[in-house]
Write a protein that binds this ligand. Structure first.
Ligand code: ATP
Ligand code: MG
Length: 444
């Protein structure tokens, strides 16, 4: 549908309760409470976005966003447990314990939530940078990206309102931008990343018309603030579909704007190994997400940057730097460069550097120093990373197995494992904070 078509015919297809699969039993109680209270007060109230989409394809929604014709102050006064956020375009967060329901007033035009709040209208590239006009539900669809994200579930009669053939696209498993794709990508280049993210997560195909402009518009991502891209990277790679996201980003020429040095590395010598390594790391993350295990951006960035850092370190060693120092220097340079594309907050960057620098210590399995390594606060993360390297043939399997087994030994057996004569278990677990040593490459 063309942008102008929708604007001139702002009437939705209404799909009655009997013709769609959304059941109230699958909607969170908190979301229902908010919807019912808005309705009782005489306002229109709809669930919109990912919540409706995921219910329609029988996936468990991450959260429920609500759209209404109540103004922010009206929402605020209806819910004691709410607060208004956002400076120019205000929306309400209604809190129920740990669950937050986001309630937004229909908006006349827009650019997704909270993007570039302080900037002036339209940057040179055509990005929308300003909007503060409340509007009707028919106008609200323009702050949605894909047709499948622009379905509205009406609490008044449990119907779904569809302005953009979103239902048909759900059936067809097709991701289609609302309006003219190029215009919509220029307004907000992050939509290109969102296309890939939803394609990976939902197993949908990006419709030809929405896919074809991507490769030529991809450079627009350079103008997106690094912090926003960091957030997007986490959504792409930490939601359980990292391998698929990686493949699609690569296919559409987007990956190089998120990890430029890594993308270069994937075109250079020994690219196959680097690719294998990254895929294995991402597979590992996907598996952890599937098993409900914790994951951290620190590990993700370690995986993405390792092939680059390793190469830098190798060159520095050739130039005469000692191994550990070369690794430290390479980490600083590569992370520094990465910050220009996607930011990497210190709370992840610092531990990431530590686990990379610790990789040398696995080579040494004799003596008190090797034994103490087991107690290092980053041992476990460094070990996981080393196992990943071993799986890709970078570390001797026998060495990796040794470190696996040694962790299972009793304190008494450990001395023998490390070839230490008289150390007692109490001295090993003595609790004294040990200073990290420059020779291990963890200083500086
Ligand atoms: P997820 O399951 O990942 O939360 P979602 O569709 O709910 O998916 P959100 O980022 O939570 O995605 O955004 C909620 C809704 O807001 C989207 O469904 C979409 O309609 C709209 N939206 C969000 N970001 C943008 C954007 N950059 N451009 C246009 N619309 C957007
Ligand atoms: Mg959402």
């Amino acid at each position: 549908m063309k942008q102008s078509d929708t604007k001139s015919h702002p009437s939705p297809t209404v799909i009655p309760r009997s013709d769609h699969g959304i059941s109230r039993a699958d909607i969170s109680e908190s979301a229902l409470k908010v919807l019912y209270r808005l309705k009782k007060a005489g306002y229109a109230a709809f669930i919109v976005g990912g919540g409706v989409r995921d219910l329609l394809i029988s996936q468990h929604p991450k959260d429920f966003d609500i759209a209404t014709d109540a103004l922010p102050d009206e929402i605020r006064s209806l819910f004691r447990n709410s607060r208004l956020i956002g400076r120019r375009f205000r929306l309400a967060h209604v809190r129920f314990g740990r669950e937050i329901i986001e309630v937004a007033t229909f908006r006349a035009s827009g650019d997704g939530d909270g993007i570039d709040e302080d900037r002036e209208h339209h940057a040179e590239s055509g990005r929308i940078l300003r909007d503060n006009v409340y509007g009707s539900i028919a106008e609200d669809i323009w702050r949605r990206d894909f047709t499948i994200n622009a379905l509205y579930y009406n609490i008044a009669d449990f119907s779904v309102w569809d302005y953009t053939s979103g239902m048909a696209d759900i059936e067809a498993k097709s991701l289609r931008l609302i309006g003219d794709p190029e215009t919509r990508y220029r307004e907000d280049p992050v939509r290109m990343l969102r296309a890939v993210r939803f394609a990976a997560k939902l197993g949908f195909t990006i419709h030809e018309s929405s896919a074809s402009p991507i490769s030529s518009l991809a450079p627009l991502l350079k103008d997106v603030p690094a912090a926003r891209l960091f957030d997007e990277v986490l959504k792409l790679f930490q939601s359980g579909y990292a391998v698929r996201s990686f493949e699609l980003l690569d296919e559409h020429g987007l990956f190089e704007y998120l990890f430029p040095a890594t993308a270069d590395r994937l075109r250079g010598p020994d690219a196959d190994h680097a690719r294998l390594f990254i895929r294995s790391g991402l597979q590992n993350t996907d598996q952890r997400v599937a098993e409900g295990k914790p994951i951290t951006p620190m590990f993700l960035y370690a995986v993405m940057l390792w092939p680059v850092i390793q190469e830098h370190a190798r060159v520095l060693v050739e130039e005469g730097l000692p191994d550990a120092q070369a690794m430290t220097e390479a980490c600083y340079r590569v992370v520094g460069e990465q910050q220009l594309a996607t930011s990497l907050p210190k709370r992840y960057g610092i531990p990431m550097r530590e686990i990379l620098q610790l990789q040398y210590r696995f080579e040494n399995r004799r003596g008190a120093r090797a034994a103490r390594f087991l107690e290092h606060k980053r041992f476990r993360a460094a070990y996981d990373f080393m196992v990943l390297r071993a799986n890709c043939g970078e570390v001797d399997e026998e060495l990796a197995n040794w470190w696996t087994e040694v962790q299972e030994r009793t304190a008494a057996d450990l001395n023998q494992a490390f070839g230490i004569g008289k150390r007692s278990s109490s001295s090993r677990r003595g609790g004294r904070k040990r200073r990290r040593r420059a020779s291990a490459g963890t200083s500086a």
